[in-house]
Ligand binder design. Structure first.
Ligand SMILES: C[S@@+](CC[C@H](N)C(=O)[O-])C[C@H]1O[C@@H](n2cnc3c(N)ncnc32)[C@H](O)[C@@H]1O
Length: 282
């Protein structure tokens, strides 16, 4: 069962349809497929249903997950609550799925595994692509053990999980990593300094035309400042602002004549019926 979404496309975003720039046209196609789910094939809908089934199980689970608060005290909360509060909403998951189907990354990185929900959409797309390895990081081993079980239900062979604080694990991992990332989702540690730091650490390891997705770019003032610094950075050729998610295209081999910033506003009118309105500007 897929939720219904209405998109209103304004002139600027629509103008992408007349744009001959191949990469931009591919983005437009990926976005359009989320807007109009009829554009998903039966095979795609089937694997999306599998992801939704796992998500629904998590949303019903009374099992407990454990974490440590700032004072080092162990706290527990039900999986269903963690999933409701922390997992990317279905529509954003579909956007990740659609982007990965479109661009077929070979190596994809995720900071913030949590219960594996956002990862499941990505791994599902990679499975259909028959291509891609997914490297995901989180500090909470209680969450990671649930995530690993869920990844195995879709395609566990594509997933490498790293446990520990990003500050410690990411530099070591990147130092040993022999490839380049063509896709990444940064969804954890929502502070300005760390977010910019992770972006800077990743930059030398990015492939041409790589896509970086940042979640919660308006989570707080710090995240908004981080996002502004990131999309203005030299390495970013153009970006899409979905209000919640920010998407950057880095190291483009065909940069646009002028750096572009596409703003796409996502508006929730009720908890169950998300409405995505697109307004755009250069
Ligand atoms: C918002 S959740 C990620 C949600 C997930 N991407 C999804 O949509 O299914 C953020 C995750 O980042 C992890 N996290 C936050 N700061 C971290 C850090 N400094 N090092 C490692 N993990 C961190 C948390 O444990 C949490 O699971």
């Amino acid at each position: 069962m897929l939720s219904r979404v209405k998109w209103c496309i304004d002139a600027t975003f629509s103008s992408l349809s007349f744009c001959n720039e191949l990469h931009l046209a591919q983005f437009r196609k990926a976005f359009q497929r989320v807007k109009n789910k009829k554009k998903f094939s039966e095979e795609e809908l089937e694997i999306i249903r599998q992801v939704l089934t796992i998500r629904e199980e998590l949303l019903l689970s009374e099992d407990k997950i454990f974490s440590h608060n700032n004072k080092g005290t162990e706290t527990e909360r039900p999986v269903k609550e963690e999933c409701r509060l922390s997992s990317l909403a279905h529509e954003w998951g579909l956007l990740l799925f659609s982007l990965i189907r479109q661009f077929k990354p070979a190596h994809s990185l995720e900071l913030g595994t949590n219960l594996g929900v956002s990862g499941l959409y990505q791994v599902a797309a990679m499975k259909l692509n028959e291509k891609g390895l997914f490297y995901t990081f989180d500090a909470n081993s209680s969450l990671l053990s649930i995530a690993k079980t869920n990844f195995k239900k879709i395609d566990g062979r594509r997933v490498k999980v790293t446990a520990g604080m990003f500050q410690n694990t990411l530099p070591v991992f990147l130092n040993e990593f022999k490839h380049q990332f063509d896709f990444a989702l940064i969804d954890g540690h929502h502070q300005k300094g760390p977010t910019i730091n992770y972006f800077r650490q990743l930059t030398p390891c990015l492939a041409k035309n790589s896509i970086l997705v940042f979640d919660d770019i308006r989570w707080n003032r710090e995240m908004q400042e981080a996002w502004e610094e990131i999309y203005n950075s030299e390495v970013v050729d153009y970006s899409f602002d979905f209000s919640k998610l920010g998407i950057c295209v880095c190291k483009s081999d065909r940069p646009l004549p002028h750096k572009k910033y596409f703003k796409i506003i996502f508006k929730l009118i009720s908890a169950n019926l998300p409405v995505i309105r697109d307004i755009g500007r250069d």
